[in-house]
Design a protein around this ligand. Sequence first.
Ligand SMILES: Cc1cc2nc3c(=O)[nH]c(=O)nc-3n(C[C@H](O)[C@H](O)[C@H](O)COP(=O)(O)O)c2cc1C
Length: 399
Amino acid sequence: MVRAYNIGDLREIARRRLPKGIFEFIDRGTEDEVSLRHNRAALESMRLRPRTLVDVSARSQSIKLFGKEQAMPIAIAPTGSAGLAWYEGEIAIARAAAKAGIPFTLATGSTTAMEKVASEVGGTLWFQLYMWPDRSLSYQLIERARAAGFEGLVVTVDSPVAPGREYNLHNGFTLPFSLTRRNAIDILSHPRWLATVLARYIATSGMPRYENYPTEMKQRITALPMGRAMMLNDNLTWDDLRELRRLWPHRLMAKGILCPEDAKLAADCGADAVIVSNHGGRVVDGTRAPIEILPEVVDAVGKRIAVIVDSGFRRGTDIVKALALGAQAVLVGRATLYGVAADGEAGASRAIELLRQEIDRTLALLGCPTIPALTRECLAHYPARYSQSVPEQRRESVS
Ligand SMILES: Cc1cc2nc3c(=O)[nH]c(=O)nc-3n(C[C@H](O)[C@H](O)[C@H](O)COP(=O)(O)O)c2cc1C
């Protein structure tokens, strides 16, 4: 077991184990990384307001999301290419999530096929969709997800074009994976990753590639710098979300919402949830942090649909702050990626367990034994215009 006492420790172990090109793909943001840094700064700038001498001996961090009890108020965010952090990393993280009783989201751009994750893991599975220009191929993909038993569809709406991640160009890593002169030295200087990740793929299924893509596309696409996923769609509109609502029989979430107007449109299209997210600072550089936008979105649509948030969450205190502002749950992306890179399934479990302990400790120290007890009163100096408390029954009423 790795010696990690917080997510920062797992990040440091991941940094040492992974080739630089892969670590930076996971860790970094876009362009000048203003959004990346600001996500953390915004969370760190918020202050908690503990109440004392409250009996907190019967603590619980369970929540009800979409009518289902789950043991913790978090879910795993979709992260394409998690399979490069560890051999079949998606399966390792999904197993850790299932054991912890929280949902796992598999990315369209994963290097493990959705049917394999569903049959080998189980648990609560959501599928993340990047729509392709040829809509019929995307519809086939969601039909596969439905048939495989995925319970939620997370439609990512924030990426009409490829982001500007210059470090990926410098580092020379591509997907489908290929050895280049530029990445060879990096890979050779991480022999453990070479032996336990890349060599295992080569010996079994071949070079890592997008396993959810239809067979003919898998063979056709040429390797592109990581993060420049093929065929992102720049003519996606609200009509597409409406059509997905018609086609998808289970929970539908719109991921990448950054203003209340769009949250209302998503609710009008029939989405069951919005995910307030700037993709962990990986798409537009220079947005407000999702934690700053969250209360506006909760006030706009929180009584109609679930509001979930992500981007920059590394500590239990961060998660508690979002829940106090009215989020139903928080997605974590890099936290479990660092964990899986550090020690496979055990590392991902460690990341989740660290967050569980930190949330538990924070609830006790705030005098709030349960998640529904968290309100905006738990935050100090909360700007008056956002001072409306989250109605307690809202958490129960959105199912
Ligand atoms: C390596 C990596 C790959 C990602 N791939 C996807 C993806 O394929 N689709 C998507 O909607 N979001 C993707 N994201 C964004 C996450 O779903 C999530 O919004 C973000 O990681 C949250 O921020 P955090 O990493 O600070 O927790 C990715 C994030 C990372 C770090």
